[in-house]
Design a protein around this ligand. Structure first.
Ligand SMILES: Cc1ncc(COP(=O)(O)O)c(C=O)c1O
Length: 384
């Protein structure tokens, strides 16, 4: 399905011919072109290429000037934003999700804002945008830096506007499993020229004091060459993946005990993962039995995406795991409770172990086969 062919080779040949394999802070080379082409593709003014989305998120926290004593409001479904906060010694403050979309709930965001709040990292999980205009408005109201984690959301829109362009920064991933693969890589986008310049100018090799924490998370020329060629192909991939997602969504139509993910009218979803919510408890059905039937019928689905929200991970609870036992979760500079207790985000705790998901970046033929297997498992469950 994915094609790595002549176009990739042609751009790679340009790199070899130039003799410059690494990012050289020069215009009109592969990295520079990829940054411009990618930004134009998503409708942003500027792009800054990175070696991964994870490092892009950490840099985003750094340029937001969030550090010791500051809080970064994060999702309670995935841990990436919270890890980026911790990497810059900031404190992740977990926000609950809307139980119908599995995305950040603006009301919970509002309720979690404190004097220490500095930035928000909102994840457009599995190809669907969060309520980005509402989150933008809350950030403006409270002077918070808004970062969008767009690792799954290429060609995903909210109110006709591309993901990543509501935030001060949007961060995309080109890791192997993403819509646009370069092996590894990432791209930050922004419409703010000053912010772009700050990111562009800063690298820890200039013999001058860096203005903020920079660790040379650069993209190299070969990766950018592949990225440019993949960018020309990715709309085609996504059109196919979207067809597959539609087929997969039909598989649970009419099943009362598997709840489809809510797709608000304002969201134009891109295919990344299919998902639904187990609601069988209400019908006296046994979750483990369904898991077993899926295995028996060859329905390749994942039960419980993460079983628990990240604040229940040892990584965040046992602060000695990442160094100083007092910091940052119990940072003495940050008054307030960072006791990541059970029950902190009730919707996330309810939803995560009940999510059922599968990769929807596949060929329609494979999606049809998958849907048949899932339907067979559902029918077996209903007969039992
Ligand atoms: C939601 C989300 N954010 C960030 C990342 C990190 O991306 P990368 O692997 O490019 O660092 C991932 C990777 O799987 C992800 O799923």
């Amino acid at each position: 399905m994915r094609i790595f062919g002549d176009r990739e080779m042609a751009y790679l040949q340009e790199v070899m011919d130039s003799g410059v394999l690494g990012w050289a802070h020069q215009r009109d080379m592969q990295v520079d072109r990829f940054e411009r082409e990618f930004a134009a593709f998503v409708g942003a003014d500027w792009g800054i290429a990175r070696n991964s989305a994870m490092t892009g998120l950490a840099i985003a926290v750094a340029v937001a000037d969030a550090g010791v004593g500051d809080e970064v409001l994060c999702d309670s479904t995935v841990h990436f934003g919270a890890v980026a906060a911790v990497a810059m010694n900031a404190i992740p403050r977990f926000v609950d999700i809307d139980p119908r979309t599995w995305l950040m709930d603006p009301e919970s965001l509002r309720a979690n804002i404190s004097e220490q709040s500095k930035a928000v990292i909102v994840t457009n999980l599995w190809g669907q945008c969060a309520a980005l205009d509402e989150i933008r408005a809350i950030c403006d109201e409270h002077d918070l830096f808004m970062i969008e984690d767009c690792a799954h959301s290429l060609l995903s829109y909210w109110d006709g506007q591309h993901s990543g362009t509501f935030g001060d920064l949007g961060v995309f991933s080109f890791q192997q499993g993403k819509q646009l693969p370069t092996g590894d890589g990432g791209m930050m986008v922004t419409d703010d020229p000053a912010l772009y310049q700050r990111l562009y100018d800063e690298w820890a090799f200039s013999g001058e004091s860096p203005a903020y924490m920079v660790l040379n998370y650069r993209m190299n020329e070969m990766t950018a060459a592949v990225g440019r060629a993949q960018l020309e192909r990715v709309a085609g991939y996504i059109a196919t993946y979207n067809e597959s997602l539609a087929i997969m969504e039909q598989a649970i139509e009419g099943c009362a005990w598997l709840q489809p993910r809510l797709r608000p009218e304002r969201a134009r979803v891109t295919s990344y993962a299919w998902s639904c919510l187990w609601d069988g408890d209400r019908y006296g059905l046994d979750h483990d039995r369904f898991r077993q039937l899926c295995a028996e019928h060859g329905a390749a689905v994942r039960f419980g995406f993460n079983q628990v929200p990240p604040y229940q991970f040892d990584f965040f609870r046992v602060s000695t795991i990442y160094g100083d036992p007092r910091c940052p979760v119990r940072c003495p500079l940050a008054p307030g409770s960072y006791d990541y207790r059970d029950g902190l985000c009730p919707n996330a705790e309810h939803v995560l172990p009940r999510l059922i998901s599968a990769n929807s970046m596949r060929e329609p033929e494979s999606a049809r086969e998958w849907a048949e297997h899932l339907r067979a498992a559902i029918e077996a469950m209903e007969r039992a």
